[in-house]
Design a protein. Sequence first.
Lengths: 427, 529
Amino acid sequence: MSPVIPIQLDGGCSNAPVLRERGQREVFCGLTGIIWLHRKMQDAFFLVVGSRTCAHLIQSAAGVMIFAEPRFATAILDERDLAGLADAQDELDRVVQRLLERRPDIRMLFLVGSCPSEVIKLDLSRAASRLNQRFMPQVRVLNYSGSGIETTFTQGEDACLAALVPVLPVQPPQAEPELLIVGALADVVEDQFSRLFQAMGLKRYAFFPARHASALPAVGPQTRYLLAQPFLGDTAKALESRGARRVASPFPLGAEGSAAWMHAAGAAMGVSAAAVELAIAPARQRAQAALAAHRPTLVGKRIFFFPDSQLELPLARFLARELGMALSEVGTPYLHRQHLAEELAWLPAGTQLSEGQDVEKQLDRCRAARPDVVVCGLGLANPLEAEGFTTKWSIELVFTPIQGFEQAGDLAGLFTRPLTRRQLLAA
Amino acid sequence: MQLTLWTYEGPPHVGAMRIATAMREVHYVLHAPQGDTYADLLFTMIERRAERPPVTYTTFQARDLGGDTAQLFKDAAREAYARFKPQALLVGASCTAELIQDDPGGLTQALNLPIPVIPLELPAYQRKENWGAAETLYQLVRTLAVKPTQARVKGESKPRCNLLGPTALGFRHRDDVREIRQLLEQIGVEINVVAPLDATPADLARLADADFNVVLYPEVAHQAASWLHRNLRQPATTTIPIGAVATREFIREVAALAGLDPDLAAAQAQSRSPWYSRSVDANYLTGKRVFVFGDASHAIAAARVAAIELGFKVVGLGSYSREFAREVREAATQYGIEALISDDYLEVEAAIAAAGPELVLGTQMERHIAKRLGLPCAVISAPVHVQDFPARYSPQMGFEGANVLFDTWVHPLMMGLEEHLIGMFRGDFEFHEDAAPSHLGGPARAAQPAVAPALIELPVPLETDTGKQEAPAATILAAWAPDAEKELRKIPFFVRGKARRNTEAYALSKSVPVITIETLYDAKAHFSR
């Protein structure tokens, strides 16, 4: 915890009631994470074992971005696989063989489980270990599930990273403490954080996931891990099972969140608060100046979050505390109380929190609340705009670099733009 | 198991959604896991629909699988009925729910809802999106169309038809309907029902009140139209009115079915594309090599327009619609080529690269392929992109559709006069074939300076039986002398490739080590005999 920003864990929304709902959930499944994970891990390939729906989902969610040849694909199950006419494991071997022949540049292959593969209980871990025997050391084969029955949107990244943890190298004994930043960040953000760590004299740090399969960070009892994303519950558990210890902190969104996060990093690694402060001061001032420009547009405006990425609580905290927005409802697909303890404490008391979803009922509440901005998925945005609401696509908050000081202004801009636009356009 | 990078079609339940979303007063309850709601964004983002698709998903999760997913479905269906009060309810399963075999049809029957319930069996591991759309329309029609007690009396009023096939997320369906509607009305045919676009279940009930059906998109409406033919004795049109020629044929076919003698001249008053194509500026279009790929109907129609209305040479024709493979193969034989029936994006890319077209007419997938190969491209078919829902009126069908085709296919090419100028001023520093078409922007690039002479390989002379002949060391490389290369560039680019190949072949046959200007003209003389 940051030594300079005291956090009252019993304050804010720490003990606030949460509306839990079950019904239609208008959310992506974990397969969607492949879209940013394959950009982050530059020599990894993601092979979904699933249906035509899975293939269609990824291509639709990616906005039909077609790369020369993408580093993801779907092995589509057909009736022969289901009827047992073909041994699905043999079929998978054949597909992987063909794939790796085509792409000799691939160093890591993820077999990604889907709803159909989970329901027919296709054992992808068995497939992965068999394929590993065949293709190691050229290619390491891992598996995780991105199925909608088990994962919601960003949980796909959690499942992927959790699958990677067991293969991280072992830290040498008597190693010095090392800081591990956990969660996929845009390269530009990672580089900014690196510069700040170096400026504060923090030398032993690594990022997870790494950009290349050959650069996997070591992990062990000397690892202090700091989450950069709020949706990594399983990854955290896996790291702890290898002896790593979590550094609690708010998430690095906004000037305040980024400062607290940097202080948490410094404190965990024995850097003095003064050294941290000195290192981050210029960037923090730039962030504050950038936010000041957006504040007049957002102050007092009411915002409603539909559940999407689990980033909702940190985002709401940032908008409420640094930009003066009023929180009408903050929905999240899943609320990890421990990882979000600092965020909950910082949320204004009395904020309506909800977990899970019954989309029709939530739409009713949204219409009744008449917020000034609605944060929602792509399926809801245009229909709500047509009803007269101003919306912000939540997926942009996941695909855009928003973490850290230099992005604080951009993050605020994502919320001011739809409001400004509505004003600009003649009624 | 099939390795797939990109898909041309979604799963069959997305086809069902295209029907449900096109219609009014219909609701679709889909047994599906969390995540399948992604399909909503196809309609709200790509098509920019202002309403959510009328679909309720059960969005079950792993913890529900141990419990009662059937109850989850029943609750979802009951609540959807109570909230949306549709005139008819479609129920079905997506790929994952198909595996857990909850029988959405039976479960919904048990609810005793006071509206027709139409169960959809869409085998997700065998079929695809267009098949799902066709099956859904067919099931709706056969359930809802009311068979009249008395046969409709012809001739009592104006002839009437139904317009079948337009869906949500269809390629220009909205505009095609407007164009064909006004065309039919102009020749004196009334429209009874347009379905599924904007139709209600009550509208489907009165499908019988028409003399015949106009099938705009066979991929979607062929099955329903055949049922109507068999059961209500309504014949259906078979001509797809894409292109001016096909539109005239379509009018004749409709006139025969309606018993009319239409004024063709009046109907085609707004048709400009045939004249544009005859105008001298369009001369340069002659023999342009074009590769066509799309759904079967659009691909077949586009190839025909390209060949007989624009004078292009069709060098490739293919479709991802396996259901209509026979028709596509038949069409391809007219152009002396073999049809490509595939939904493998990489295979399509390889075929385009091999055919070496000057223009690609395809889907959004081919647009990307063409971009990568540096070829001009126009989109003629789904799968669709947000760009395929233009704000302006832009049909593909009818005479205005033919005008649109002329513009959108010709626009990406070099303009006529411009191409002639390049031919006339060949070798000019500004008018050269590497310059982008002037109307497509970008600063004029200077011609690339002649690069290092290209080397060609001469074969090792065959060993004679004596083995005594002194073979040259491995291969002889014939180079283009810089001045010959420069001279080659003065030849108009559209025959330059041929000139280069001929010269090189000539050099090979004569074992000439360096191609000079002399060799170039020797070869020209040799081949012009």
